[in-house]
Design a protein around this ligand. Structure first.
Ligand code: ZN
Length: 404
């Protein structure tokens, strides 16, 4: 397929898009605008987003004695370096510490509340945050108690955000671990707490050796219940994992899915050919929960500029931008957007496109998604896009931007 042969794709291709009506300078968001832009987050792990100071305090309160650093600042750096090290062992160790301090009701409420608060402070208006209830039972909690504690925390965080002038809605995704055998039980739990704070189900953990088809019973159960789920697939492992997640398991979304790029060929003349699977993903508007910084750490991409998100956005896949593990990657939604603006020259229109894509792909009901798009996201970006008008008027006599 030749992009130039499709006028609408050509229109959206980076070069020239927005250049006529508004100059690059007017539509390129600065850091403050990115933070204020309404953002939507679909892929964020609760145990990957703790504040370092909270980890230190919870470790003290719960008698957890295995932290590598006692000083919050040093601990934060340790997490990023361990995740950056390229060693799977060290990467997994980071989660043993966060999960290690999340074994009491109070700890779970606190972590969830701070998660909602931090996301709201970063301008996220809607988030689906995931965690694996089975990993929080060591202190004697039952699965239901874990879910209720996290729900309570999210509601508390939403309240605190509101008190600080931010608005956010947070839904939970319950994750089952690929290597374990509790997927059906967790799927049933997700179904029981549906409409009670839980919006869907996910499966996570090492891809190689643990294909999602091992948990078919859980996915088939959720489908019979008309419930929603996403599957971590196509992060490190390639196309077979994506294919299984979609065509055997029936996933609504792909957690990462970035390896779909292996089924897309960019030819020397710049034209692009999509394989059957990549075509299916694009034709069916399957949402890709892309996590650029996380991919850089695991080696799935060499740099932001090399990240497949550039091509996937250009080809109009249902691409969304996500944080994955904010603590381990030292990131936030704003930072992900900043990296992409820098790498690809994205404008406010691009950021709005990603945010609308994500909201369309959320697991809450259609009318609520639509209201978020029309009443929150679009007005938010319209406001930001109009700011240059007033900056110009206020700052200078030489209004050079008009083009007759
Ligand atoms: Zn993930």
């Amino acid at each position: 397929m030749d992009i130039d042969a499709l006028p609408h794709l050509k229109f959206y291709a980076r070069r020239g898009y927005g250049a006529k009506m508004t100059s690059q300078h007017q539509n390129t968001p600065n850091r403050d605008q990115i933070r204020r832009a309404p953002k939507v987050l679909l892929h964020d792990h609760l145990d990957g987003g703790l504040r370092p100071g909270t980890i230190v305090e919870l470790a003290r309160q719960t008698g957890y004695a295995h932290l590598p650093e006692a000083d919050p600042e040093k601990l934060g750096i340790w997490f990023r370096e361990a995740a950056d090290s390229g060693s799977l062992e060290r990467y997994l160790e980071t989660f043993s510490h966060t999960v290690g301090v999340m074994q009491t009701r109070e700890a779970l409420v606190r972590v969830a509340a701070e998660c909602a608060e931090d996301l709201a402070g970063d301008g996220v208006v809607y988030a689906e945050v995931r965690y694996a209830p089975e990993q929080h039972l060591a202190g004697g909690l039952a699965l239901e108690e874990v879910v209720e504690a996290v729900n309570e925390g999210f509601r508390e965080g939403e309240r605190r955000a509101r008190a600080n002038g931010h608005r956010i809605r947070v839904g939970a995704l319950l994750t089952a671990m690929r290597h374990a055998a509790r997927a059906l039980e967790i799927a049933e739990l997700a179904n029981r707490y549906r409409d009670l704070g839980v919006v869907g189900f996910d499966i996570a953990g090492a891809e190689a050796g643990y294909p999602p088809t091992r948990h078919l019973d859980a996915f088939e159960y959720l489908k019979r219940e008309n419930n929603h789920f996403t599957i971590h697939a196509g992060e490190a492992f390639g196309l077979p994992s994506i294919w299984q997640a979609l065509q055997w398991c029936g996933a609504d979304r792909l957690g990462h899915g970035v390896r779909i790029i292996d089924d897309i060929q960019v030819l020397e003349d710049g034209s692009v050919e999509l394989g059957r699977l990549a075509s299916y993903v694009r034709d069916k508007r399957i949402p890709l929960e892309l996590c650029p910084s996380s991919n850089l750490q695991t080696g799935a991409a060499a740099s932001y500029a090399d990240h497949p998100i550039g091509l996937l956005r250009r080809l109009h896949f249902r691409a969304t931008v996500n944080t994955d593990n904010r603590l381990m990657s030292g990131t936030s939604m704003s930072r992900e957007f900043e990296h992409l603006v820098e790498a690809f020259g994205y404008t406010l229109d691009d950021l709005q496109w990603f945010s609308v894509n994500a909201m369309k792909s959320a697991f809450i009901p259609f009318d609520e998604r639509l209201a978020m798009i029309n009443d929150v996201i679009k007005p938010g970006y319209a406001e930001l896009k109009s700011e240059w008008l007033f900056r110009q008027a206020a700052s200078s006599s030489g209004f050079a931007a008009s083009e007759d």
